[in-house]
Ligand binder design. Structure first.
Ligand code: ADP
Ligand code: MG
Length: 615
């Protein structure tokens, strides 16, 4: 048989490697920012367009590259950072594989200009799909400007797999923050589609955190500082009372690199135990410094997992360092030994309202009345109640016999198929009764049994279909606010809102953006002014989660998140009319069976199944 093994051509090998290094625009951002840091830049500018799909550009004032290096840096395994395998154990740089630029150049249009301080002229080089298409001398400032255009232009499957611009921008912002937080001595600017998202001057770590996460962060930070032989830990934790439902601000850095470590995260959580409410997460920004020989970052090109030699010791030190800070800065409530415990309110009663004792007097009670005529108050009311109960049971039985319930639908033939409702205008007959079960389900009778509707999910569905008409966000009527509402958001939240501006204004929002301040001058007329702050805050919180789950358009995601925050909540008491209206609205929907997150909205219990319980 003929020989069949071939060596892959370089550009193919590079494309394959690119699959590992570059998952999405954010991966490119990470590599370029890290290269700029490694080049010793003190000012770095990041410019992106359309969530990085059209353009990602990083401009730095670092050491730059000679003409030869500018050509060579796009070759595989071309790196200035290590020359022997031993160097791997003494890494102080971010990059070392010499893989990133070769990979990026294989799957995008790259345009780079670079000059070192010693050269008078710089190099301008363009590469498309690993091929050099242009190289000239150029007058350019000292440093490097590298633009990556049309990412995945030659791998349509990867390009189509990208999420909306908004979601990709969010990933880019995450990467940007991770680099910016650990390099406060470098000034950063970040522009998206021509508008400035971040402008961070050279500053200290605390100022950097506050700059990135908003001025409110300042009062929340508690410093951590622990020096041991194994590790030096510096940074900040957030006071427990500011723990959030989202896991937003939790950062570990090891030797200047952002890392993920569920194990170390656990150590921090353990230190906070008992101080934060269930389901909330404390924020932290912790910088670990260990001997480079005791850490392995060589696991995967883009993964942020690392391996420490002595994780157990690290765990213990970290936990006690965090505990120490919590105690030292009086974050933990101090024990008061002077206090008389007997005067404390028992825990179970703390939340309870004081109730005035009621006295019921039977004015007609006469102990000398004949026996058997009056048997005491309690007994009397009990009898009365039970009679009432029977009446209503009887009425309901009659009603279901009368069989007006869901008149147009043959319920026996199957509530299971939602199509049934699609073409049938369903509505409850006016005589139909509904009631609420545990303030969570609206219950009503059907010919064949019982219908139970989850009120929150049902309302989400109704609102969702109201927002979305024919797949696009329905144009909403705006109501002008008498006094503009001013709300504070962090810079990246502002970026997210800005990116949704088109959709938000379609709904009726009139918003203007300035740094950490959102000014609301108009709101959709279906919302009340008092709800706006909550709705927008929840929107930024939930948008990411929703965006991750499925590939939806911004309009769909916005509708989905808004519905979730506007919908009737579980636990909310509904008047009978509202219950009726909700059920009627639900079955007027195109898809009454599932809520916008594909969760079941209603279920039925057949009389036959009920009957089985009475055998
Ligand atoms: P690595 O960072 O792992 O060395 P890269 O492919 O990211 O590999 O970069 C290859 C080489 O190109 C680097 O080692 C460095 O010498 C050079 N280089 C890349 N970006 C820059 C930059 N912004 N400024 C100066 N040199 C750079
Ligand atoms: Mg690199």
């Amino acid at each position: 048989m003929a020989d069949i093994i071939k060596l892959l051509p370089d550009h193919v090998a590079n494309q394959i490697a690119a699959g590992e290094v570059v998952q999405r625009p954010a991966s490119v951002v990470k590599e370029l920012l890290e290269n700029a840091i490694d080049a010793g830049a003190t000012t770095i500018k990041l410019i992106v367009k359309d969530g990085g799909k059209t353009l990602i550009q990083v401009v730095d004032n670092g050491v730059g590259m000679s003409e030869t290096d500018a050509r060579l840096c796009f070759e595989r395994h071309a790196t200035s950072k290590i020359s022997a395998a031993e160097d791997l154990f003494n890494l102080r740089t971010k990059g070392f594989r010499g893989e990133a630029l070769a990979s990026i150049a294989a799957i995008a249009h790259v345009d780079m200009q670079s000059r070192t301080a010693n050269d008078d002229t710089g190099t301008h080089i363009k590469i498309e799909g690993s091929k050099v298409v242009y190289q000239e001398l150029v007058a350019t400032p000292n440093g490097t400007s590298l633009a990556v255009k049309n990412l995945f232009f030659n791998i349509p499957a990867r390009r189509n797999f990208l999420k909306s611009n908004q979601v990709e921008l969010k990933h880019i912002t995450d990467e940007f923050q991770r680099v910016a937080l650990v390099h406060p001595n470098v000034a950063f600017q970040f522009y998206n589609n021509g508008s400035e998202l971040f402008n961070l001057p050279e500053e200290n770590t605390r100022q950097r955190i506050v700059h990135v996460f908003g001025s409110k962060m300042n009062e929340r930070l508690v410093p951590v500082d622990e020096n041991t032989d194994v590790v030096n830990i510096t940074g900040f934790i957030c006071k427990p009372e500011f723990a959030k439902k989202s896991r937003g601000a939790q950062f570990f850095f090891a030797n200047g690199r952002y890392i993920k470590s569920p194990y170390l995260h656990h150590a921090v959580s353990a230190a906070f135990e008992g101080l934060v409410k269930q389901g909330t997460h404390p924020g932290y920004f912790l910088f670990l410094d260990v001997d480079p020989a005791t850490i392995d970052i060589n696991i995967h090109p883009t993964k942020t997992e690392v391996k420490f030699d002595d994780e157990h010791t690290l765990y213990a030190i970290l936990r006690s360092a965090v505990k120490h800070s919590l105690g030292q800065f009086n974050v933990v409530p101090a024990l008061d030994f002077e206090r008389d415990r007997n005067l404390d309110t028992p825990y179970a009663y703390k939340e309870k309202q004081a109730v005035l004792p009621k006295v019921t007097v039977d004015t007609a009670f006469n102990p000398f009345d004949g026996l058997g005529q009056h048997k005491g108050v309690a007994h009397k009311t009990y009898q009365k109640e039970s009679v009432l109960g029977w009446e209503s049971l009887y009425e309901e039985a009659l009603e279901s016999k009368g069989d007006d319930s869901f008149s147009s639908v043959q319920l026996e033939s199957g509530l299971e198929s939602p199509e049934l409702f699609e073409h049938t205008a369903m509505s409850l007959a006016p005589t139909q009764r509904t009631f609420q079960l545990q303030h969570k389900y609206v219950v009503t009778t059907l010919k064949s049994g019982l219908l139970l509707v989850d009120q929150h999910r049902a309302h989400k569905r109704v609102l969702y279909e109201r927002f979305m008409e024919a797949g696009a966000l329905r144009e909403g009527v705006s109501q002008q606010l008498l006094f503009p509402l001013i709300l504070g958001f962090t810079l990246d939240e502002m970026g997210l809102l800005k990116g949704l501006d088109k959709e938000l204004s379609t709904l009726g929002f009139v918003l203007s953006y300035k740094e950490e301040m959102l000014t609301v001058t108009g709101i959709p007329n279906i919302m009340t002014e008092s709800a706006i702050e909550g709705v927008l805050k929840e929107l930024v919180l939930k948008f990411d989660e929703a965006a991750e789950s499925v590939n939806l358009t911004n309009a769909h995601l916005l509708a989905k998140t808004l519905c979730a925050s506007l919908a009737i909540k579980n636990g909310q008491v509904l008047e009978p009319e509202s219950q009726m209206a909700l059920v009627n609205d639900l079955f007027g929907c195109k898809e009454p069976k599932l809520d916008p997150s594909n969760k079941i909205i209603y279920t039925t219990i057949a009389v036959n199944d009920i009957a089985k319980n009475f055998i």
